[in-house]
Design a protein around this ligand. Structure first.
Ligand code: CP3
Length: 344
C-alpha cells in the first residue's frame, strides 16, 4: 500500500525532507490511559500481546493521540525465547521472569530454532495494523538482539549485573555461541515474517549491549546482529545498542541503515564515528519529559540543532518512562515537527 507519510523511509535513504520524523521507543502502551483501559480489560500483558485485534489497537493509539510518524507493533522481545520453547511470565510491576532457564548443554536440547508459525499472533497483529492504518505511517517491526535475548534466557529475569549470562561467556563460550546462533536463526525467521506481514522497517534492540567489554561485544553480540542485518535485505534496519558507546565505529561497518543513540552518546562524535552513510536516531534523555514545557522545548531544539536537518530520526535515548505525562510527550512530538521545519 502507498504510504501517505514516508518521512522516516526518506530520511533513512539520506534524502532531504520537509522536516525531521519523530517517534518514541515504547510509545505503544504504558503512558496512555487509552492503553491501560484496554490492558485492564484483560488478564495481563501477555494476553494483550497474543490478541491480534487488541495489539493492533494499542499499536495505532500513539499515531492518533501523539501524532508520531511511525507505528511500532505492540509485542515484546521475549516472544522469541517463548517461541523457542522457553516461556516467560510478565510479573505486574516487576517485569519478566522465566520459570526455566538455559544452564547447560542439556538445556539446549529442549529448545529449538523458532519458525514464523510459532509467533503467528504478532504477525496477525501486523496485518490488522496495516489494514487499519490505511498507509498513514510506516509500521516498525522489531526483535531483541541475540545477546539481549540470551541474557534473559540464561539469567531468567532482569538483573543489575546479568552475572549468570556473562559468566557463561567465560565458562562455556562454545555453548554460548550455539545458543546465540539458535536465537539469531529464530530472529531472522521472525523478522522476515514480520516484513511479509507488512512491517516497513525493523529495529533490533540490544538493551544490554553496554554490559559487555568491547571485545566481547564484537564476538558475542555484533557478530550475530551483523548476520541478521545481512539476512534482512527487504527493508531498512535500525540497530539500537544501549550504552555501547565503544561500538559506534564497529556499527558503522555493519549492514544496517540507522543507528540509535542513547542520551549519553555525544551527537557530533557519534556522527563522525558512524560516517555519512548511516542515519542516526535519538537521543533525548527520557527524563527531560519530567521538566516544564519551556525546558522541554529548549532541550528538543538543542538536540535538533546538534543533529542537523538530515539523516536524523528524532526519538528518546531509551523507552519513554511509564509515568510520563502524555501531554509532555505530545509537546516533544510537536516541537520536533515545528522546529525542524524551521531549520531547513
Ligand atoms: O515500543 C513499543 O511501544 C512497542 C512495544 C514494546 C514492548 N517491549 C512492550 C512492553 C517493545 C519494543 C518492547 C521491547 C523490550 N521488551 C525491550 C527492549 C527495549 C528496552 O526497553 O530496552 C526489553 C528489554 C523488553 C523486556 C521487557 N518487557 C521488560 C524488561 C518489561 C518490564 C518492564 C517494562 O519495561 O515495563 C517488559 C514489559 C513490557 N513490554 C511492557 C510493555 C508495554 C509493560 C507491561 C505492561 O503494560 O503491563
Amino acid at each position: 500500500m502507498h504510504l501517505k507519510n514516508d518521512l522516516i523511509l526518506r530520511t533513512i535513504k539520506g534524502e532531504k525532507t520537509e522536516r525531521t520524523p519523530v517517534w518514541l521507543m515504547r510509545q505503544a502502551g504504558r503512558i496512555l490511559p487509552e492503553y491501560r483501559a484496554v490492558r485492564n480489560s484483560l488478564s495481563g500483558f501477555k494476553e494483550l500481546v497474543e490478541t491480534p485485534e487488541l495489539a493492533a489497537e494499542v499499536t495505532i493509539q500513539p499515531v492518533d493521540i501523539l501524532g508520531v510518524d511511525a507505528a511500532i507493533i505492540f509485542s515484546d522481545i521475549l516472544v522469541i525465547p517463548e517461541a523457542m520453547g522457553l516461556p516467560y511470565e510478565m510479573i505486574e510491576k516487576k517485569g519478566p521472569r522465566f520459570p526455566s532457564t538455559i544452564k547447560s548443554a542439556a538445556d539446549l536440547k529442549k529448545i529449538k530454532v523458532a519458525g514464523a508459525d510459532d509467533i503467528s499472533y504478532t504477525l496477525e497483529a501486523i496485518k490488522i495494523t496495516k489494514r487499519e492504518l490505511h498507509g498513514r505511517v510506516p509500521i516498525i517491526g522489531f526483535a531483541g538482539a541475540p545477546w539481549t535475548i540470551f541474557a534473559y534466557m540464561v539469567e531468567g529475569s532482569g538483573s543489575k549485573t546479568f552475572s549468570k549470562a556473562r559468566a557463561m561467556l567465560y565458562t562455556d563460550p562454545n555453548m554460548a555461541h550455539q545458543l546465540l546462533q539458535m536465537i539469531t536463526d529464530s530472529t531472522i525467521n521472525y523478522l522476515k515474517a514480520q516484513i511479509a506481514a507488512g512491517a516497513d522497517l525493523v529495529q533490533i534492540f540490544d538493551s544490554w549491549a553496554g554490559i559487555l567489554s568491547p571485545v566481547q561485544y564484537e564476538q558475542f553480540s555484533l557478530k550475530y546482529i551483523s548476520q541478521i542485518c545481512d539476512a534482512i535485505t527487504e527493508v531498512p534496519k535500525t540497530v539500537f545498542a544501549k550504552d555501547a558507546y565503544f561500538a559506534r565505529k564497529l556499527l558503522s561497518q555493519i549492514n544496517c541503515n540507522t543507528v540509535g543513540l542513547d542520551w549519553c552518546m555525544d551527537i557530533k562524535e557519534s556522527r563522525q564515528l558512524l560516517g555519512e552513510n548511516k542515519t542516526v536516531q535519538g537521543n533525548l534523555d527520557p527524563c527531560v519529559l519530567y521538566a516544564d514545557e519551556s525546558r522541554i522545548q529548549e532541550a528538543v531544539k538543542t538536540m535538533l540543532n546538534e543533529f542537523g536537518p538530515q539523516r536524523h530520526i528524532a526519538n528518546l535515548g531509551h523507552g519513554v518512562y511509564p509515568d510520563t505525562d502524555p501531554g509532555k510527550v505530545r509537546l516533544f512530538v510537536d516541537t520536533v515537527k515545528e522546529y525542524s521545519t524551521k531549520i531547513r
